[in-house]
Design a protein around this ligand. Sequence first.
Ligand SMILES: C[S@@+](CC[C@H](N)C(=O)[O-])C[C@H]1O[C@@H](n2cnc3c(N)ncnc32)[C@H](O)[C@@H]1O
Length: 353
Amino acid sequence: MNSESSVPPGPDGVPHRRRVRYSGKNPRRFDQKYKELDPTRDPATFAKVVASGKTPAGSHIPIMVSEIVGILRLQPGDIVVDATLGHGGHTRELLAAVQPGGRLIATDQDPVELPRTEARLRALVAERGWPDDSLAIHRSNFAGLPKILAAAGHYDGVDGLLADLGCSSMQFDNPARGFSFKHDGPLDMRMNPQRGQPARAWLASVSPEALARVLEENADEPEAGALAAALAGRDFPTTTALVNAIRRRLTDPEEAEACTRRVFQAVRIAVNDEFSALDNLLRVLPACVKSGGRIAMLSFHSGEDRRVKHAFAAGQRDGIYAAVTEDLLRPSADERRANPRASSARLRWAVRA
Ligand SMILES: C[S@@+](CC[C@H](N)C(=O)[O-])C[C@H]1O[C@@H](n2cnc3c(N)ncnc32)[C@H](O)[C@@H]1O
């Protein structure tokens, strides 16, 4: 009864694939977690997973929301940008803060998750009775923001802007995207799978010298040279193949996990060219925000935070920013306990002169 051939074809002639079912109470595989993947189907399961300190499959818990809302000081009628839409957690709050009369413009480069998030947010806009054009979503690298804002007629820039850097939980948790060393999947790691090369191809063609630089610069890997010599130029079709190659070199399990985490982070940053994208965003930010407008940037490791800190400090020296963060903001202990993925978050802000 479960075979594909016994399932009648759909209107396009393609056999309908049944949703994978699991027999027990505790689904182990991502494709079995359908109760979590669709929160509207079983809100109780979704709430239970959140209460246990985990991120439900296919979603993302927004980080430092109240701090970000406080920093941006949005008013009804304001125009605000969410440069990293993700699951739309911050977007919902910022969009609500500028109603009535305001507008939120969001970008994200992920063609897989963006349509799902847009559908959820469109339903919210309709439910609250906000105008359709109070929300505009663009599938784009955030470096394209100046063009997007100019095309929308916001030549003087917007009142507030948020960038929540890195990957979403939906990306990390979906084995098919190949981001996580905790799930077996194709070694891909692209936020936009329609561009660039997957991590598998990147690793197979990188030189040991270039990989050593990436491991050092993107993840402060202490054994960068030796690891690069063992991994560069080799074909790892799956995340598990790469994990096994790293772990074979280390006997202590904790050390092996920490090293695997660093290698995956470094390769992901390289494959998505994340530092160049961030440098571009930091360069165009002053043109995107009007005088008095406020910027919040959430980063997750020292390579990102260093760039944000230096760009804001240089901008203040040059009179581009009137004020910038003096002390880095971190999530509260309660937030870190409730959402372990918030632990490494660092928040900085700047006010346009
Ligand atoms: C940490 S998640 C954002 C989560 C979101 N704030 C929420 O609460 O749901 C980062 C998102 O930014 C996107 N992203 C990362 N770099 C980007 C870039 N250069 N241009 C556009 N989107 C980017 C990723 O695809 C991902 O969806």
